[in-house]
Design a protein around this ligand. Structure first.
Ligand SMILES: [Zn+2]
Length: 454
């Protein structure tokens, strides 16, 4: 039976019937490779031919206890997991190489081990001696973690079956090698097969498994996205080079809220938890300067204050630059268009740079008004009022929309010493002692009040 060749994107896992230089699904170049399909298709006998065991059914009203969770004691990690580690769950931790995933997981597994959980750390990247050296640096030598340096999946599963740990860390999934799959370690089929074997084995045995996945750029090795659908929880460990802090972000969680974040700081002795991230992100903020606006945001269940910085300068280009770091470029274009169309403030002939200070990534539309304020402040070369936070969503008509959790945002601002807030006039009125609220119904009103008649 001749089978059509199948092509798979190593970055996002999309399938194609023919090769092309650029993935239509994620836009990555040179990431598409030919792959052997995992199974050879349905067998000649249908599944119903041999009868299986009856599955236990329950009705909608059945009361189920919430899953018991194991806490590591690292509050930032436990929160991102949704309140602790759920037994027999599969977790994927993705991130750029060298960002500190191994450090994070070694600290995490040591924390669980110290709480009495039986743990195994399988490193396919480093020799045990190297892992031990890291453990020495992190001061974790007393934690009863079992180590193995191995990539052969069959041997690993045999060991796990004999040892029966409560938690196993596989660092990394791209180095694992299943001998029943005919392709090189790191290929999409190997990574998928290894992830499938490990997660289904762990579920069967009642152990939790954490898979480490390197985000890859070159297309030779499959990235963590190709196994995201196989696990219960997907966490990404992010951070900018040159910045000390790291963010652990839940992008999928069957046992807790997605988009929850945990904030860590990389220190000489490992990752330290940051209990008050707003203070960290605002720590480099000096006196109020043109182009700077503090946004009171919400990340997951927690308020987070960050600073938007804008620079607007005359352009020598026929198409002026629009450069954004940490926010959505399309959203910036929209706000520039609304400022021009509704407030009569053109940005044509001007280069616009927008940046979230500290390297944080913001995706909330609630940041619209803070972005508009930073842009206007930069364009007019006027500072915004000091000690003021801003939030609000801007609609295409120029109206300001109320956003969720206004009270939490304001409380966080007050806690950090801010004395005023610029907010949309809609929504539930809230009163926070010591915080003056400036409410605006639309962007025109805000511009007129802050910068004189637009
Ligand atoms: Zn792709």
């Amino acid at each position: 039976m001749a089978k059509n060749p199948q092509f798979t994107c190593t970055a996002c896992g999309a399938h194609f019937s023919k090769w092309s230089g650029r993935c239509d699904s994620c836009g990555q170049w040179n990431s598409i490779v030919e792959e052997r399909p995992l199974s050879s298709g349905p067998t000649s006998k249908s599944l119903g031919a041999r009868r299986g065991a009856p599955v236990k059914l329950s009705d909608l009203g059945t009361q189920e206890d919430p899953p018991p969770r194991a806490q590591s004691g690292l509050a930032e990690l436990d929160r991102v997991l949704g309140g602790g580690l759920v037994p027999a769950s599969a977790i994927l931790v993705g991130g750029d190489p060298g960002i500190g995933k191994s450090t994070l997981l070694l600290q995490a597994i040591a924390a669980f081990a110290r709480k009495g959980m039986k743990t195994i750390y399988v490193s396919g990247e480093e020799a045990s001696a190297q892992v031990r050296m890291r453990a020495t640096r992190l001061d974790l030598l007393d934690a009863p973690v079992q180590l193995a340096a191995e990539t052969n999946l069959r041997d690993i599963l045999t060991t796990l079956e004999a040892e029966r740990p409560g938690l196993v860390v596989i660092d990394s999934i791209q180095t694992m090698w299943a001998d029943n799959v005919e392709s090189a370690p790191g290929s999409v089929s190997q990574v998928r097969a290894a992830a499938h074997e490990l997660t289904s084995f762990a579920k069967r045995m009642g152990m939790s498994v954490i898979l480490v996945g390197h985000v890859t750029k070159d297309g030779q090795i499959a990235g963590p996205r190709v196994v995201e659908h196989m696990v219960d929880t997907v966490l990404y460990f992010e951070g900018e080079r040159g910045h000390q802090f790291r963010i652990l972000r839940a992008v999928k969680n069957r046992f807790g809220p997605a988009d929850e974040i945990g904030v860590f700081e990389m220190t000489g002795s490992g990752l330290a938890e940051v209990a008050n991230p707003s203070a960290l992100f605002l720590s480099e903020r000096g006196a109020p300067s043109p182009g700077s606006a503090v946004f009171a945001g919400i990340e997951g269940t927690r308020p987070l204050l960050v600073e938007f910085q804008a620079l607007v300068a005359p352009s020598s280009l026929s198409q002026p630059r629009r450069t954004v770091v940490g926010w959505d470029g399309g959203r910036l274009s929209m706000i520039l268009a609304v400022l021009e169309a509704r407030c009569g403030i053109p940005f044509a002939g001007l280069d616009v740079y927008l940046n979230v200070a500290g390297g944080m990534k913001i995706s909330e539309p609630a940041a619209d008004l803070a972005v508009a304020a930073a842009l206007l402040s930069a364009r007019e070369d006027t500072s915004l009022p000091p000690d003021t936070v801003i939030f609000g969503e801007i609609s295409l008509s120029g109206a300001l929309r109320a956003v969720s959790q206004g009270e939490n945002r304001l409380k966080e601002a007050q806690k950090l010493g801010f004395t005023a807030a610029i907010v949309p006039s809609g929504g539930k009125p809230v009163n926070i002692a010591g915080l003056t609220l400036n409410r605006f119904g639309d962007l025109t009103g805000f511009v007129g009040d802050m910068f004189g008649a637009g």
